[in-house]
Write a protein that binds this ligand. Sequence first.
Ligand SMILES: *[C@@H]1O[C@H](CO)[C@@H](O)[C@H](O)[C@H]1NC(C)=O
Ligand SMILES: [Zn+2]
Length: 433
Amino acid sequence: MSMQGSVLAVGKCLACLEFMLFPVWRGIGAASGVGGGWSQGWGRCLRWEPDSQGQGPRIPVFDYPVWLVLCRGGRARLREVCQRGRGAIRLPTDMLSIKLPQLFDIHQVPKVFREDSIISGYRHPRSSALDCVLSSFQMNNETINIWTHFLPTWYFLWRFFVLCSTLNFLTDSYTWPLLVYMLLICIYPFTSSCAHTFSTMSPESRHICYFFDYGALSLYSLGCAISYGYYVMPDSWVNSFLHQHFVPIAVGNTLFCTSLSCYSRFLELQFPQRSKALRTGAFVVPFMFDTVPLFYRVLLCCGGSCSPTDALSSHCYHLLFAFLTCFLFTAHLPERLAPGRFDYFGHSHQLFHVSAVVGTHFQMEGVIADMMSRRAWLVAHGAMPSFLGTIGALVVSLILNLSIIGIFSAPLLWKPCRSSSQPHTSSCECKEQ
Ligand SMILES: *[C@@H]1O[C@H](CO)[C@@H](O)[C@H](O)[C@H]1NC(C)=O
Ligand SMILES: [Zn+2]
């Protein structure tokens, strides 16, 4: 096969793969029947049992416009679908003349954008980047989510710069775990606020934004592991097997966490509960692992064989908020009790953000306190951080996690050019010109 031929074949493959994996939005007339709604792309791909209508093996001809283009030359039909979708998705044209981005109710947006018990305040599912930025100054269901992680980013950056002026991060290797930790606690809220800002540009962008959000969170778990491994480890565990392998295991955990949480998005439409459980598990595992040394220290203290320090009380507050964070993430309280009441203020995701940030603040205080007070003892016992075990682990983990995100995002980005007469206003806009 010629070079060009094989490139074409690979292209076709990817195009078909993409349409098998990801659902296609076909306009808001879903319920009414004709050509609307989401094709159950993921569902079909992930459902192994035979089709309920017993049609035998399914050849996905009608649900995947790309097949029409590639296999039947149905460009005209495709254009028609695009136009219909655009008409439906753009809603009445007079709405577009309003300057502030229009908000929608839950039944007006595609299924992927819907959030349980949040009824109103949805942004346009095809917002422009500018609209997204503007929408962070307009009251909608994501505004508080954006700000509750954007402002803390600046708080952590400020703390980081203050530390930079008092510690020697460049040459003092004892401070490197803290350096990595501080970098990561600045990155995760920032990534999250960007994800919440830009998630309504398209269904694809929503997934990719949250892939990055999960990636940043799982790197944060590595930051916790590195700082706990060097500063928080109980005295009796220093130089143990766990201590020596703590960071490599944590790197493995980030890969597990990112892959599983990204994968859980694929199940969201068809198995919402399974998806949520997987995602929760994906985050609980690395954070539990990181916290094992801390639990041990707290238990020792409860048993009376320690002198409670400032560090330990900060760590305990952190644990309290960490449990609260996990609870809020899974329980969907309070909006579950009164759907529609907490669309703008006070829904669980906002509380989750706040509790995560407050928890991180206490964790940071605890880590810094331990780092300052245990330095002499740790250095004397030969527990000096290495470059590879701190910054090296971060770089390796960053590269691997970005690759995982890349693998999950590729089918979303490799959208074949679905041509249209007005490429810039088209809702079936081509991602790769
Ligand atoms: C807010 O609305 C967007 C769509 O604009 C949706 O994707 C998102 O899930 C909603 N967020 C919350 C927290 O309800
Ligand atoms: Zn969030």
